[in-house]
Design a binder for this molecule. Sequence first.
Ligand SMILES: *Cc1c(COP(=O)(O)O)cnc(C)c1O
Length: 357
Amino acid sequence: MIQVTQTYLPEREKYDTYLNEIWNTGWLTNNGPMVLKLEDRLRQYLDIKNLNYCNNGTIALQIALKALNISKEVITTPFSYVATTNVILWENCKPVFVDINDTDFNIDAKKIESCITENTEAILATHVFGNPCDIYEIERIAKKNNLKVIYDAAHAFGVKYNNQSLFSHGDISTCSFHATKVFHTVEGGAIICKNDEVNRKVYLMRQFGHMYDEYFSIGINGKASDFHAAMGLCVLDDMQHIRDRRSWVTAYYNERLNFSKLQVPLALPGTEYNYAYYPVVFSDEKTLLRVSGALNKEGIFPRRYFYPSLNNLPFLPERTASPVSESISSRIVCLPLSTYLVEEELDKIISITNNNL
Ligand SMILES: *Cc1c(COP(=O)(O)O)cnc(C)c1O
């Protein structure tokens, strides 16, 4: 069986070495030595100053909204994982969907300003599949209208834009280190803050809002354990290998899929990609179902990322239209992409796909 992704597992002996250390120190969680080490190494690897490791990418977004005092309207993208919309609703804010562009499937910055009202407080946009949003235009709009910017950068680990970590943009960027992501700690996430004061707030909110006997703010339990951090330290060692393998798979698809009948997102110039996903857009939903059905029969399971378009979630308080997102959502799948795929498997995926277009 070939799934859309297969989690990278590092050498067992290396992980065991970290486990031995945990058994020796007896320190399992609460900013233990492995958590601190992982945070340090991630700051270095990504070349960013402020990074808080946390227990998942969803809590990371919730803490971001809280730390920036967002309580009203949030402009957001309808083309993302459901968590992006869920956190806005969970924090009792109102999501205002701005449609995506049909080049990289990110929020269409040109359409943002007409959706700003007196209640708009923030823009929460996803760098979907790791491709950068129009960050300079979003920054301009945010400054002019006094809005906070949060990037759901769950897919963007290691992506550079104009030679800078994509995480360095926005007031806060969040990442997910879930097992399905390009870098993982089994479960995990990160909150990256531009401003030191906000970073301090995030640090405290992640651990119930207090340090020892001093209580500063409301908080939540967003802490990740040393067991998770240890996995991260092992996987981080192997990032070059992970990137090379994924880049090879991507090139293999690029050379052989029939692009006269398939669309792929095109990233902005200046993007140094992380090979997180391999999305393809079919001409219509019927073709998608035909190709998926044929692949499924052979034990190959691509995923409909992202479907449905989030503006159509059944539990939203009001219904709005995002025609571009709805159209892309109905026609897109992510093909299998992992470090473990081999030529024969890829040949099979490619021929079944091309033969059913
Ligand atoms: C994976 C993902 C999340 C959630 O991250 P978790 O670590 O699973 O909580 C949020 N947003 C996007 C876009 C994602 O892909």
